[in-house]
Every structure is written in structure tokens, then in C-alpha cells.
Design a protein. Structure first.
Ligand SMILES: [Zn+2]
Length: 176
């Protein structure tokens, strides 16, 4: 009776013993489908990053110049701090049990800071005002606290960042 139901991957008819809602003939095709979804998601994220870089080209160039101007000679990287309402959270972080993070430049980085040279654009979770601080260029990359007027920058773009230890909604409105 249940003729006419075909697997969306291989087009073979789905046998009547399967549920009416089945879209795949079996495990192999279901796996193929989820693999395809994963690839699509990767591609979407990659495009999203490219769009961000393209759209904010001018801002990024200005920011890079300002970064170079302000960085002390011993600096190798920088971090962007967001006031979350009760603490400052410093981007970027490398997720627990992961060796690398993805950069906006579509490379991988093992550092919990953005590099100055080559320039790595900041990648943050929220369009907001951030405190920029520098880290030393040599291991263990200590934070440079001694120089300083505080530098606040509004970063005009954001990318999805998973598993943040705070709620983005908790960030005070006036920082956005
Ligand atoms: Zn199939």
C-alpha cells in the first residue's frame, strides 16, 4: 500500500515496514544526508565569515592601523574584553578539550589571543564596545598591563560563538 514513498537520497522505494515519516531507505542514506547537512553548514559559516570581512574592510583597516600604533614593541597579540554585567570576558577563548579555534581568516589558531602580525581580525559574539589589551609576543604570552590608557573599541560585527560561559542578554545595553 505504501508505494510511492522514495528515499530522498537514493530514490529507491522505502519499504512498507518503515514508518510513513521515513525519508531515507536506511542508515547508509540517513548518514549520507547528515554528512551533506554538515558540509552545507560548514560552507555557510565560511561564507558568513567572508561576508563579514568584506563588509567591514574599511573598519578593519583602520582598526589594524590603530592597533599597530598603540601596541607596545613587546606585544604579539591582543584580546577584546566584554563587560558581561559582572565580569570582563576576554575574546578569543579556545573551547575546553579543543586544541584550536577557527579564525575569521579561515585559519586555525592555538592561541587565546588574536595575532597582530599577521593581523587577525577580532572575532566576538556580540556587536558591542570592547576593551582592547595586549599580550606579550613570547611564551607564555603574559598580558601586558603596564602600559596604559584604556582603549575602548566598538566592534561592528559578530559571529556565532558556541558555549560562552555567560548570557549575551546579560550584557548591559549601553555597551552595545
Ligand atoms: Zn536510500
Amino acid at each position: 500500500m505504501i508505494q510511492g514513498f522514495c528515499c530522498v537520497i537514493c530514490q529507491k522505494p522505502i519499504l512498507g515496514t518503515h514508518r510513513l515519516s521515513a525519508r531515507y531507505c536506511g542508515r547508509v542514506c540517513r548518514n549520507k544526508a547528515s554528512e551533506a547537512r554538515r558540509k552545507e553548514e560548514t560552507l555557510r559559516q565560511r561564507n558568513e565569515r567572508e561576508v563579514v570581512l568584506k563588509r567591514h574592510e574599511d573598519w578593519l583597516r583602520q582598526f589594524q592601523l590603530e592597533l599597530l600604533r598603540r601596541a607596545p614593541p613587546e606585544a604579539g597579540g591582543y584580546q577584546a574584553g566584554l563587560w558581561t554585567g559582572n565580569m570582563t570576558y576576554w575574546f578569543p577563548t579556545i573551547p575546553l578539550r579543543v586544541a584550536y579555534r577557527n579564525t575569521l581568516n579561515r585559519t586555525r589558531s592555538a592561541y587565546n589571543f588574536f595575532t597582530i602580525d599577521p593581523f587577525e581580525p577580532p572575532s566576538v559574539a556580540l556587536v558591542a564596545s570592547y576593551t582592547i589589551r595586549f599580550v606579550h609576543k613570547f611564551y607564555p604570552y603574559p598580558i601586558l598591563l603596564n602600559n596604559h590608557e584604556e582603549w575602548q573599541v566598538r566592534i561592528p560585527f559578530a559571529v556565532p560563538i558556541r558555549k560562552l560561559p555567560f548570557s549575551l542578554r546579560a550584557v548591559p545595553r549601553d555597551l552595545r
